[in-house]
Design a binder for this molecule. Structure first.
Ligand SMILES: Nc1ncnc2c1ncn2[C@@H]1O[C@H](COP(=O)(O)OP(=O)(O)O)[C@@H](O)[C@H]1O
Ligand SMILES: [Mg+2]
Length: 246
């Protein structure tokens, strides 16, 4: 795969649509064969024919309106879902911070969630425990760390989520909009950490609505618009075009 850490070739992604249920479950049962046929045929196209690559050690930002398909790209890179058409190739160990709090179990405490997530991200329990103090310290929520995560605000969840990721050893790091949630001080801390990862040669894909963050962190950027790539190139140029409101 030469220098590419991530490569998409003609990738399309459809989501199933369940509009048959609109007519009710009973109608669905009584019209099984046709309902199933209809279900197969009614699909929602989220991404259409995407081709691009991210070279090892580079960071790419993805910007665009809500619903453009940004999170779908990250989910495809993470291997959480497969493309309907085309190929997704990834070379490297992935650490991802996808949707906010999605990796957390609400009834477990912050500490227990650190262990759970650390292990899910590929560390042994012992390795996670070794990094525990660092993670708690970075998060700045030590006074709530023994409370169940369901009692946390979105900001606190973002802090905990990023702190865990910040203490992993990623080769490829995926981040979805997380940084906009925390306060300014925590955002600064996250940016510094991300730049450290970058210096170490970590490949990054970074979804953000903060053009300042994309400028600061990313080498290249992709502007995603209505399921296709509207523009891809140097971060500065793409951000300017996007912010210009074209
Ligand atoms: N699991 C799903 N099932 C059906 N449709 C989905 C699913 N996830 C996302 N979509 C749809 O796909 C489109 C792209 O979503 P997404 O990738 O989350 O966009 P973005 O992250 O840019 O806001 C949206 O129209 C969204 O409603
Ligand atoms: Mg999204």
């Amino acid at each position: 795969m030469s220098e590419a850490a991530i490569r998409f070739e003609g990738v399309s992604k459809y989501y199933p649509l369940y509009h048959h249920m609109v007519r009710g479950f009973k109608s669905f049962l009584f019209n099984m064969p046709s309902a199933i046929r209809e279900m197969r045929n009614s699909r929602f196209l989220a991404l259409e024919g995407l081709s691009f690559e991210v070279k090892a050690g580079q960071s790419m930002g993805i910007i665009g309106k809500n619903g453009a398909g940004k999170s779908t790209i990250l989910a495809l890179i993470a291997g959480v879902m497969r493309p309907t058409r085309g190929r997704v190739e990834v070379a490297g160990r992935i650490t991802s911070l996808l949707e906010l709090g999605s990796g957390f179990h609400p009834d477990l405490t912050g500490k227990e969630n650190i262990i759970l997530n650390g292990v899910l991200l590929g560390l042994t329990r012992r390795e996670v425990i070794k990094r525990m103090d660092g993670i708690i310290d970075f998060s700045g929520i030590e006074e709530s760390i023994d409370q169940p995560v369901r009692t946390y605000s979105t900001g606190m969840q973002a802090r905990l989520g990023f702190s865990i990721v910040a203490h992993m050893d990623p080769e490829i790091l995926l981040i979805d909009e997380i940084l906009s949630v925390g306060d300014i001080e925590f955002q600064g801390k996250c940016h510094r950490r991300i730049l450290e990862f970058k210096e170490k040669g970590v490949t990054m894909v970074f979804v953000s609505h903060s053009m300042g963050s994309v400028r600061m962190v990313c080498d290249s950027a992709m502007w995603l618009d209505e399921r296709t790539i509207r523009m891809i190139g140097e971060a500065e140029e793409v951000v300017s075009a996007y912010a210009g409101g074209a």
